[in-house]
Design a protein around this ligand. Structure first.
Ligand SMILES: Cc1cc2nc3c(=O)[nH]c(=O)nc-3n(C[C@H](O)[C@H](O)[C@H](O)COP(=O)(O)OP(=O)(O)OC[C@H]3O[C@@H](n4cnc5c(N)ncnc54)[C@H](O)[C@@H]3O)c2cc1C
Length: 450
């Protein structure tokens, strides 16, 4: 009987396995690291659990949420979303509302930016594709606001000017800030209309899902379910080779051992840039070049134990002008911190592998910014750990679509393979969407087989 072989044990891979089990298909999963969860894995350091950036489950996909809630059982905690963004010394709600950006501006800039927004709305022609992230941002927010807020922030975050980034990222990630919405928001701010009347209002009242040990619960419990239902899970098992005959995947190799056959089905959730060069025989040069042209933005988390009961009143806060771009305090979402009376901070930074942020050599700057933001003092920090991710964010560099298309077209000939999830599809899902992608990949493979 054929089985589903899953490459990568993040939430997408685990969920693909659970979906296949619903159709009584045996599952074998291989994960490179010693524990499962991928980006959503928990990291135990000392007595405490740390996430790679506070990871909260959204309930937007009802089916996925019900499966997760059942798996997490009594460990699940409901948490109202409370997030902030700090900019120019002021604190605003996150997701950022139009009126927040504008209320941070001096009156003459405010009028200038509003005029820019209105002009952007009038001249925006959605049918004409934007050339790059800069023109997409100007289309959405107008030139003055782009120059004032988005240009510098985007540049610092990605290490690339918006002119070098694809418009696709902006289309997928940024909400359109219409001048009409801004006026509506301003009216609700002045209590003239009901704040729940707009989409931004709805987002602010979202309930998120977490646990006393952080994000580790979700992957652990889902993997437990996969295993109890007969799934075979191998950790510390990096996929080194993927064999094929040009039409079907015929097996994989990890630590010198070969598994699988052409009768099996394969869901890969490992970075697509890692999958392609592991194919044996190697794909055509054009496909290898396309894979080399795609890249991911690494990140590092400075995971701190702090001798203070609380550092902030939000779950997390975004910073526009600090060395870090986000700081989370998971205790505010119900994380149990040991010893009592102390708290943990998750300080996130995008970086490059091996640079001074990655190696921890910019700790003093991190501390200086934590101090100046009033979060904690150097003397309060009792533990510092570094948690790295080489594959945190796919970079939507200008022209990436062509490279991705070449790879996806090539892989589509393998009828028993789906490359999916955040890394396998080179995209930006949240956990619930990554799980949905896993379920869809498994369903699609099974449909194709019958
Ligand atoms: C900082 C940050 C914060 C986030 N916060 C949230 C949040 O609050 N809520 C939310 O819903 N989402 C959040 N996300 C998004 C979420 O983490 C991801 O979308 C989701 O976890 C992706 O799951 P995945 O299984 O597709 O990919 P991954 O988690 O990347 O899984 C891929 C797996 O493949 C393994 N692998 C790689 N190479 C090999 C190999 N050669 N052999 C075997 N295995 C291999 C990896 O070790 C990994 O376990 C956040 C992401 C980041 C970066």
């Amino acid at each position: 009987m054929s089985k589903l072989i899953v490459l990568g044990g993040g939430v997408c891979g685990i969920y693909a396995g659970l979906e296949a089990q619903k159709a009584d298909i045996p599952v074998q999963l291989f994960e490179k690291e010693s524990s499962l969860g991928g980006l959503a894995a928990g990291h135990k350091r000392g007595e405490n659990w740390f996430d790679l950036g506070v990871h909260m489950l959204h309930a937007f996909d009802q089916d996925v949420f019900e499966t997760c809630a059942e798996a997490m059982g009594e460990e699940r905690i409901e948490v109202p979303l409370k997030a902030h963004i700090k900019w120019m010394g002021k604190q605003y709600h996150y997701p950022l509302r139009g009126r927040d950006i504008l209320s941070g501006l001096p009156p003459h800039k405010l009028i200038y930016c509003m005029a820019g927004l209105i002009i952007a709305e009038i001249i925006n022609t959605p049918e004409v594709p934007d050339e790059d992230a800069e023109s997409a941002l100007i289309d959405l927010y107008g030139e003055p606001l782009y120059k004032f807020f988005f240009e510098g922030f985007t540049h610092r975050y990605w290490g690339m000017h918006p002119q070098e980034l694809s418009a696709e990222f902006i289309r997928r990630k940024m909400p359109r800030l219409s001048a009409v919405d801004v006026f509506k928001n301003l009216l609700s701010w002045l209590k003239v209309t009901n704040p729940k009347d707009n989409r931004e209002g709805a987002l602010r009242f979202e309930t998120l899902h977490y646990s006393k040990t952080g994000t580790e619960t979700l992957a652990r419990r889902l993997a437990q379910q996969l295993s109890v239902q007969g799934g075979e899970i191998s950790s510390d098992s990096a996929i080194d080779q993927v064999f094929h005959d040009g039409a079907l995947i015929t097996g994989i190799e990890t630590s010198g051992q070969r598994f699988g056959s052409a009768d099996d089905l394969y869901t890969s959730t490992i970075p697509i840039t890692e999958f392609i060069p592991r194919m044996n025989p190697l794909p055509p040069a054009e496909v290898l070049t396309a894979a080399k042209s795609l890249s991911y933005k690494p990140m590092v988390v400075y995971a701190l134990l702090v001798k203070k009961d609380r550092c902030m009143d939000a779950l997390y806060t975004y910073y526009r002008d600090c060395i870090f771009h986000r700081v989370g305090e998971p205790k505010n979402a119900g994380l149990e911190v040991k010893p009592a009376g102390q708290t943990t901070l998750i300080v996130e930074m995008t970086c490059e592998v091996g640079d001074a942020k990655w190696t921890g050599d910019r700790f003093e700057e991190v501390v200086a910014d934590l101090e100046s933001e009033g979060l904690c003092k150097k003397a309060d920090i009792v533990e510092k750990h570094l948690i790295h991710s080489r594959y945190a964010y796919p970079i939507f560099k200008k022209g990436f679509e062509t490279h991705l298309d070449i790879i996806q077209k090539y892989l589509s000939r393998f009828t028993n393979l789906r490359s999916t999830g955040r890394q396998g599809a080179f995209t930006y899902p949240n956990m619930h969407s990554a799980m949905r992608m896993g379920a869809d990949a498994a369903t699609d493979l099974l449909k194709n087989r019958s």
